[in-house]
Design a protein around this ligand. Structure first.
Ligand code: UGA
Length: 319
């Protein structure tokens, strides 16, 4: 009989790819999502298209903050907790309560439900934003965690919750710190999605700051692979947290030059003030993930961008 996995936030960008991969590898998937309004439900329904109707996929529309969670853990041996309110720059002010709820409270409730269960692995999707403006690059997992956005604070708080449920109650948690993931189905509020759309529509691109900020961009299939490696790893006796970076560090300005080449179009750049909460640079030291899991990102920035452009152009042509 195939192992059963729970994937939270399954209608989202990374989780929908992960669920597809799990099904391909013959796992059974229980997928949950509450269709938060961070972006349109229609887009998330599109993410679920390949999954719906597959016999080993079971979907439930539930909110982790209020639903009785035990029934969704029935027979589940691995939990991939991908759900959360994303977005660094939108986490200020009034909306912070959404981040608290969907990132901190939801994680705590899920961990409570996992206490004493048969779950053998619990993988928490953390974020590079927990590091804030790191002084030494590339960042190691042992680098200081000093987020500079409310979003980063909630991702770090949830990571701590995972740690303390492991140490107090033996919930077998580990965390993956993703670095700016991109590729087909990227969220519409993220940089590449916006840049590709505006270049295609021949509109000016809005750049926050001088565009010299850098990110360690990670192709979605590489992020998914990291989850699969954790799933298949032998004994993980202790708490682990791993940086998952794509090894493709580039500035926003370099990305735009690359996109102009791929899309064979020139664009007008509109430089605007830097955004609060945005870190200047991210760069992952992934040697721990390589050593412990055999993680090695496979997709170059050029290939990955090509894939995202093709996906977005196909989507645009269907409208
Ligand atoms: C991304 C995700 O949105 C977070 O959910 C995730 O946790 C985070 O990565 C992470 O790695 O921890 P971010 O790096 O801000 O956050 O990713 P993008 O939204 O793709 O932005 C990349 C860069 O482009 C940022 O410096 C941003 O300021 C810039 N940008 C974005 C623009 O200049 N213009 C835009 O219209 C959008």
């Amino acid at each position: 009989m195939s192992e059963r996995c729970l994937v939270t936030g399954v209608a989202g960008f990374i989780a929908s790819h992960l669920a597809e991969k799990l099904l391909q590898e013959n796992y059974e998937v229980v997928g949950v999502d509450y269709f938060s309004d961070h972006y349109a439900r229609e887009v998330k329904e599109g993410n679920l298209q390949e999954l719906r109707g597959q016999p080993r996929f079971h979907f439930a529309e539930i909110n982790l903050c209020s639903a009785e969670l035990q029934p969704y853990l029935d027979g589940v041996s691995c939990v991939f907790h991908q759900a959360g309110q994303p977005g660094v720059r939108t986490s200020w002010g009034e909306d912070f309560h959404i981040y608290l709820k969907d990132n901190v409270l939801a994680t705590q409730r899920l961990l409570e439900a996992c206490k004493g269960s048969a779950v053998r692995r619990f993988v928490y999707a953390s974020s590079s934003s927990i590091y804030g403006d790191a002084l030494d690059l590339p960042v190691k997992e042992s680098s200081p965690a000093r987020p500079i956005s409310p979003y980063g604070v909630t991702k770090l708080a949830a990571e701590h919750l995972c740690y303390l449920y492991r140490t107090n109650f033996g919930v077998p948690t580990v965390a993956l710190r993703y670095f700016t993931v991109y590729g087909p189905r990227q969220r519409p509020d993220m940089a590449f999605y916006r840049f590709i759309t505006t270049i295609h529509q021949e509109q000016p691109i809005t750049i926050y700051g001088d565009g010299e900020q850098t990110r360690d961009f990670t192709f979605v299939a590489d992020a998914v692979e990291a989850n699969m490696l954790v799933l298949q790893a032998k004994a993980l006796q202790d708490w682990h947290v791993w940086n998952i970076g794509g090894g493709s560090r580039a500035s926003v300005n370099q990305i735009i030059t690359l996109l102009e080449r791929i899309m064979e179009r020139r664009t007008v750049l509109n430089y605007t003030p830097p955004q609060h909460g945005d870190v200047r640079h991210t760069w992952a030291d992934t040697s721990a993930a390589r050593r412990d899991l055999g993680f090695a990102p496979r997709t170059s920035l050029e290939e990955g961008l090509q894939a995202q452009v093709s996906w977005q152009m196909t989507k645009a042509s269907k409208r």
